[in-house]
Design a protein around this ligand. Structure first.
Ligand SMILES: [Mg+2]
Length: 303
């Protein structure tokens, strides 16, 4: 996640101009309004009816496809394709956590107001505060899946600084958050953090771990890496490459469901794969320029 600030003083200039034009004494300049790269994305997620409806719509769609996902043979996970015993395994649904079932927009808003980059030092206090609300539709979907007999796993790139079974404060707080919001959770071990085991970095290894005991019938995430192997996602980011992985692409909207997240994600890394430290203006300016350069625009015809 990268950000940069642009100082916007138009409002104060307008205020000064208006006063001097009428001959009144010039008032002290109004506080400048600061524009932030992430402002619109976070506002849209927090304040728009459209985000709420979009998330509910996706979860309702997933719920409507759940009976078929449970009864028809097959798996949602590429890691489970070809696994001989999958039909005999009990069903599971795998969901991501951040911006899939838990809403971290207050943390994003804090970053905007404090001109801070994403850093463990400012992320962990948010996680440990256990204040996240549920993404609209997520509790209902996971409850319906659980009541239909599917075990719900929460596979997250929130990380444990120590390898299990060492205590993990972030995980304890996350489990508390999930329970407080009413998410079904049979066992804390069904919440799988990055780094809990040596090989749990990408999500592939955790899906493969679940696939040993369950048939993964459906997955929901806000990043394609929540749903598909990273290498496959890298391929699919290249336009026109859907045919390379057609069988997996065909699962989207059937066994795989993607929520919108305009604030951050793998797409953001693609544009500016550089993580700046808070206060590093050179870095944020460099990343912002890279993003401007990535815009697809048009050239108006001059007469
Ligand atoms: Mg996420």
């Amino acid at each position: 996640m990268t950000q940069a600030r642009v100082f916007f003083t138009a409002l104060s200039l307008i205020a000064i101009t208006a006063c001097t034009a009428t001959g009144e004494k010039t008032p002290p300049p109004a506080p400048s309004v600061e524009r932030h790269e992430g402002l619109h994305a976070v506002l849209w997620m927090q304040r728009s009816l459209e985000f709420r409806v979009a998330a509910q719509q996706i979860y309702r769609d997933a719920m409507s496809k759940l009976p078929a996902a449970l009864t028809k043979p097959g798996t949602a996970a590429a890691e489970q394709e070809g696994q001989a015993n999958q039909a005999s395994l009990p069903p599971a649904v795998v969901v991501d956590i951040d911006e899939t079932v838990l809403d971290n927009s207050p943390y994003q808003a804090w970053r905007i107001k404090n001109d801070s980059e994403f850093e463990p030092a400012n992320w962990r206090p948010w996680v440990r505060s256990s204040q996240a609300a549920a993404i609209p539709g997520a509790v209902e979907f996971t409850r319906v899946a659980s009541e239909a007999g599917a075990r719900v796993f929460y596979v997250s790139n929130r990380d444990c600084p120590k390898v299990a079974p060492a205590p993990c404060e972030d995980k304890d707080a996350t489990v508390a958050d999930l329970k407080r919001n009413g998410f079904p959770l049979v066992d804390a071990a069904d919440v799988m953090f990055r780094g809990e085991r040596e090989d749990w970095n990408g999500k592939e290894a955790r899906r493969a771990e679940i696939a040993k005991r369950y048939r993964i019938v459906m997955m929901v995430g806000d990043d394609m890496r929540d749903l598909l192997p990273s290498k496959m996602v890298d391929d699919l980011r290249k336009p026109g490459s859907e045919g390379m992985h057609a069988a997996h692409v065909a699962k989207i909207g059937v066994r795989l469901f993607v929520l919108p997240n305009p604030a951050y994600g793998g797409w953001d890394d693609l544009i500016g794969a550089e993580r700046c430290k808070s206060g590093d203006r050179d870095c944020t300016a460099r990343v912002l320029k890279r993003k401007y350069d990535a815009l697809k625009t048009f050239e108006p015809k001059t007469r």
